[in-house]
Design a protein around this ligand. Structure first.
Ligand code: ADP
Ligand code: CIR
Length: 358
């Protein structure tokens, strides 16, 4: 059972979210952390010792969070389902009695995704990423220094087996010059450093130990190691050729899953640290300029109705620059990998049509 100290912190968190300080807070955490949920869950613990406080600490500290919760280990999704399920339902539209469909990466359907913007009038670049967790390891807050190093060792070995266009090298963060790191971040290849949502989720312990990036020569196939998730597998390139980007991602995923076993849940699909990434784990995005419709007050609502999410030029929690937005599928759970990509594809196609008519 969780100790008194923890229970007290949970009760104080509720007061903070619902007091004057929390007035501007619009997170799903605030909405769904009700008195009843607290009473049901405040003394519970996972086998690894994670409490409700561990799930909510990031969103309690960061009142500007959109979601505000993370699962310290996979069991937390079950033990604290009273909080996670309603948040998952509101974010993905995935109900507690639903199940993630079987894996369908979209193999054999690449031809359905020809370039979205063949003349290059709107789209600068296209990226598709998915997340994976190594079987047998919990998420960040429960990992020890030795775990990070062991995991890094395992994936590094697997990376050395890529060949052809996927062949590349692993660059550990530990020892990378600030100059190289900052250039990789600015060029959209590497995760940022010091994300306060992750820091306050206890996800940055022993940083930069065990963290790094693998990429091929062209930087069109990349794998992030031990940032938010154990692995983020990424395919990206300039232009709008979604099919080619997806084809490369599929080849990479199929190769790596033969080398390392990943954690999958019957109901939630591929397991990830943040509930917004569960299921297919796919975020397919374009960097796009739509000067006319993005100037409209209802731009975000238009995107929301098309199941799209708008981010800034440096990813989540960043602003647009020069009129360029990152537009992607919003839902990842309850739909296959192929369907997630198709949601972005069809939605962005529609936005371009609207831009041309405006
Ligand atoms: P994630 O997609 O992994 O959840 P972020 O939103 O933080 O994480 O984005 C990570 C990086 O990927 C950022 O630098 C972002 O600008 C970049 N990125 C996302 N989509 C694209 C795209 N279509 N083209 C180029 N870079 C992109
Ligand atoms: C938030 O609530 O705003 C952050 N915790 C991020 C939530 C979703 N994004 C993500 O997992 N990349």
């Amino acid at each position: 059972k969780a100790d008194c100290e923890t229970v007290k912190k949970i009760e104080e968190a509720y007061k903070k979210l619902n007091g004057p300080e929390g007035e501007k807070c619009k997170s799903l955490l605030k909405k769904h952390l009700t008195k009843n949920v607290i009473d049901e869950l405040k003394t519970k613990k996972t086998k690894l010792g994670a409490t409700l406080y561990d799930c909510i600490r990031s969103g309690v500290y960061n009142l500007d969070a959109g979601v505000g919760v993370y699962a310290p280990d996979a069991e937390a999704y079950k033990v604290f389902s009273g909080l996670f399920d309603p948040i998952i339902e509101e974010y993905h539209g995935f109900k507690p009695n639903e199940k993630q469909p079987p894996v369908d990466l979209g193999e054999g359907k690449i031809r359905e995704f020809p370039p979205l913007d063949p003349k290059g009038k709107y789209i600068k670049s296209t990226r598709i990423r998915c997340g994976r967790s190594l079987a047998g390891y919990p998420f960040n807050p429960c990992l020890k220094e030795d775990d990070y190093l062991a995991m890094e060792g395992k994936v590094k070995k697997a990376f050395s087996t890529f060949d052809g266009q996927l062949k590349g090298q692993y660059y550990p963060l530990d020892g990378m010059t600030k100059e190289t790191q900052n250039k990789l971040i600015a060029d959209h290849f590497l995760f940022k450093e010091g994300d306060r949502h992750l820091q306050h989720a206890n996800a940055c312990n022993f940083w930069p130990k065990g963290r790094g990036i693998f990429h091929n020569n062209d930087k069109t196939f990349l794998i992030w190691v031990n940032e938010e998730d154990h692995m983020r597998i990424i395919s990206m390139q300039d232009g709008s050729d979604v099919g080619t980007v997806l084809d490369r991602l599929i080849k990479g995923v199929k190769h790596i899953e033969k080398q390392v076993p990943f954690s999958r849940d019957d109901r939630l699909g591929w397991l990830t640290f943040c509930p917004t990434n569960l299921g297919s784990t796919v975020r397919a995005s374009v960097h796009i300029k739509l000067p006319k419709i993005s100037a409209r007050k209802d731009f975000k609502d238009i995107c929301e109705k098309l199941n799209l999410q708008v981010r800034g030029i440096h990813g989540e929690h960043s602003e647009s620059e020069g009129g360029v937005y990152d537009i992607s599928n919003k839902a990842r759970l309850g739909l296959s990998e192929y369907e997630a990509v198709k949601q972005m594809y069809d939605g962005v196609k529609k936005l371009i049509e609207m831009e041309e008519k405006e």
